[in-house]
Design a protein around this ligand. Structure first.
Ligand code: ATP
Length: 346
């Protein structure tokens, strides 16, 4: 189910981290375990308050866990200060120094180098993020996206093996977010730095990460590649947090399940009563005056359309291509044209 997967040579291992804040009813982070290989990009994904930032802060050394360990290159760093860990950070507000030029911001971590070498390295990093022309400016003279890239250049200048990114795109508009996240992925892949990204945006996690840890109420509920998590969510929570899903009831018998839509193949074996996740794009909608279902809502999205369809007691969401458009009230027949996913109870 993806929990046991470990990179061949872990760069970072997080073992059963736990953190309870004073006066809290429950733990903010509860037995979180993760492993990350060299150069790998991991997203911590989950709703607000699920413990993503607290997990990241324990990895970075800004928060001390009550229990558990953080191993970096095989060394126990659980109680080291952030500076002693050699891990880079990019925070939500970028934390650039307002009184320093862009170039001096990037040079900041390079004090061990000679002045000339530090300047050359900072210029190289600015060129890498496409801001070589803007080195003399102050942060307030840059757009949000440009400030974001300066923060990244500053963090990458010291060639960290690992960089932690806490909602780094939150100040950018929708178009800029999409562009910047691809740039960041390319940049990290080209420098070979591993990264951990905290986000509540499933699209961002799917687009950027090699693997995703989905968190809920302080726990990692699923850990796997974007494809595994999208195609094989383990629970209703994951199925609905990563995209949309219809949840159907069925009676499973090995790799097949009996449902109101007939006998369907399943993505993994199960037996007895099961809940099943069906993606809206896995359902075909055919107009049929004698059909058992009725369109009760629709949303035009340009490249496709969403329909809400009443079938008996169930309301199903169906996504279909831009071609045919159906009016509300149209009688249709629904057909499920792919494997369905049995979900874990609870
Ligand atoms: P968001 O997406 O909103 O940033 P998150 O998933 O990153 O949320 P955390 O910031 O890790 O969640 O918070 C987890 C829980 O711990 C929340 O209930 C939060 O209120 C609580 N918490 C976080 N920091 C502190 C603190 N310093 N003191 C007390 N409680 C805290």
């Amino acid at each position: 189910m993806g929990f046991q997967q470990r990179p061949a040579k872990p760069l970072l291992e997080v073992e059963r981290l736990r953190k309870t804040f004073a006066h809290a009813d429950s733990a903010a982070v509860e037995r979180v375990s993760l492993a990350l290989g060299e150069g790998e990009l991991l997203a911590l994904l989950g709703p607000s308050g699920c413990g993503k930032t607290t997990t990241l802060r324990m990895i970075g050394g800004f928060e001390v866990p009550d229990e558990g360990r953080v191993l970096f290159n095989g060394q126990d760093i659980t109680h080291l200060t952030p500076e002693a860990r050699g891990i880079g950070f990019v925070f939500q507000d970028y934390a650039l120094f307002p009184h320093l030029s862009v170039l001096d911001n990037v040079k900041f971590g390079l004090r061990k180098l000679t002045r000339a070498a530090a300047k050359a390295r900072a210029e190289e990093m600015l060129a890498l993020v496409g801001l070589e022309e803007l080195g003399k400016r102050r942060p307030h003279q840059l757009s949000g996206g440009q400030q974001q890239r300066v923060a990244l250049a500053r963090a990458l200048a010291v060639s960290p093996q690992l960089i932690l990114l806490d909602e780094p795109f939150s100040n950018l508009d929708a178009k800029m977010r999409v562009e910047t996240r691809q740039e960041v992925r390319k940049l990290l892949k080209s420098t070979g730095s591993a990264g951990i990204l905290v986000t509540h945006d499933q699209e961002e996690a799917l687009a950027l990460a090699d693997r995703i840890a989905v968190m809920d109420k302080g726990r990692v509920v699923q850990f796997g590649t974007p494809d595994e998590i999208y195609s094989n969510p383990v629970s209703e929570f994951v199925a609905n947090f990563i995209g949309r899903s219809n949840i159907l009831r069925g009676t499973a018998n090995g790799m097949s399940v009996r449902t109101a839509f007939g006998d369907l193949p399943m993505s993994r074996a199960a037996n007895g009563a099961v809940d099943l996740a069906v993606r809206p794009e896995q359902i075909m909608l055919e107009p049929d005056p004698l059909g058992s279902a009725t369109i009760i809502g629709r949303e035009f999205r340009g490249h496709d359309q969403i329909y809400w369809v009443q079938e008996g007691d169930d309301c199903m969401i169906v996504i279909s291509g831009p071609g045919a458009q159906y009016q509300i009230g149209t009688r249709v027949q629904l057909r499920i044209c792919d494997c369905v996913v049995p979900l874990r109870a609870g």
